[in-house]
Design a protein around this ligand. Sequence first.
Ligand code: GAP
Length: 513
Amino acid sequence: MANQEDKFKKVISHAKEYGYVFQSSEIYDGLSAVYDYAQNGTELKNNIKQYWWKAMVQLHDNIVGIDSAIFMHPTVWKASGHVDAFNDPLIDNKDSKKRYRADVLIEDYCAKIENKIEKEVTKATKRFGDAFNKQEFITTNPRVVGYQEKIDTILSRMGSSLEKEDLEDVRNLIDELDIVCPVSGSKNWTDVKQFNLMFGTKLGASADSAMDLYLRPETAQGIFVNFLNVQKTGRMKIPFGIAQIGKAFRNEIVARQFIFRQREFEQMEMQFFVRPGTQKEWYESWKENRIKWHLSLGLGEDNYRFHDHDKLAHYADAAADIEFKFPFGFKELEGIHSRTDFDLSSHEKHSGKKLQYFDHEINESYVPYVVETSIGVDRMFLAVFSNSLVEEELENGSTRTVLKLPAVLAPTKAAILPLVKKDGLPEIAKEIVEDLKWDHKVIYDEKDAVGRRYRRQDANGTPFCITVDHQTIEDKTVTIRHRDTMEQKRVAITDLKSIIDAEVSMKEWLKRI
Ligand code: GAP
């Protein structure tokens, strides 16, 4: 656990030191759970969004993208159920006066049991070596099976109590598990209450006529209310999808874990409209498609797992999370939800406008069913960033910090370095920058000894360092150094573009899906 915490602290400090993420309004001591993306973070975030957009919109001829407003008519949130049901169960500790999400306290308790399972697995891996079969071990080892049963019993009881709005039982569960406040160490808890997560604001200048609005808590509703506009103007035939990337806002009770849970964040959502009765197939198909998208980035198959929801949201008939192994354990990265016809039907009722589709194949009008994929940009950022940050022991006994970002997402693709700041080398290096910058984000760096510049670019996540030396003047060749292997090769300047293209081209990475 201490190790995990140390690793996470390193992630946060590295993100600041290398210009990825800053605390918002830092000179005023920051604003809780709000962050700014810095110069490198913005590039990484834009690349993540582009990787998603291309995979979803450009590569599917039946998916189109929109960009709807953050402000929406307040009735939207009544219709969507958010006014009545977008709540988190909160609980206060009377001694520390700290507020918690009751479900998160219980989940954290289960995460501790899960750590015990991981420890058993690590021990067994060492004991059995190559002969170790993890799947067999976790399904047969009595201690591990016992731990897993305990987790399942707790989570299923919590799920059904929340489903039934039985907050007293959630409180009882916290008592029975002897969960203490992490700050005061006491079990002096209040009752569990519901807390609505939407931020309210006002539209209009005069106090009398101002209209109460909400900042959208999800981007999905902007898609639902535009369903018919897009279907008609795009002449879309079911099944088809509408995708969107945009900001969402939630007044999270417990906002911690850096950019994992923020009050202002960004979502990449896609609603896929299907014929009623076919939603189960599409739900399975999107689960498969989305996990392939994740795996294409090469962050390691073992870092992902599916988690089926015990407690279904008010709109869903099936739901699963893709969880990622963050530095603080497996947590939700993306949700795939079969949302039935809940949203469109409810908007029909509240707006009085028909939101139906005439299906020529079966000669019938219906309200389509919807399968949604929804991933947080910031969580994806954290997954990629934290997984990529490694400390490597080198052969000479020294260590290097390297940010092994998937090359396709790296903010800077190559750094061009003159070996020395004289003899015409800077001029050649700058010419190379001028030439490459039309296709790739590249930078020029002449400060410090070349070894230190390599280390700086390693820590920055730059996949290539290109060094101009005295031989360059003679034969127009340079050395190109690969971040991960540290291998250097001598290549012609004229080949640089194609060498970089081959490793960072989005097309090549997306083909793996
Ligand atoms: N439209 C469905 C929806 O919003 P959700 O599971 O509440 O579903 C989807 O959110 C995704 O948005 C999550 O999987 C997560 O990646 C991201 N997300 C949700 N709340 C967040 C927060 N407070 N901070 C950062 N990301 C968040």
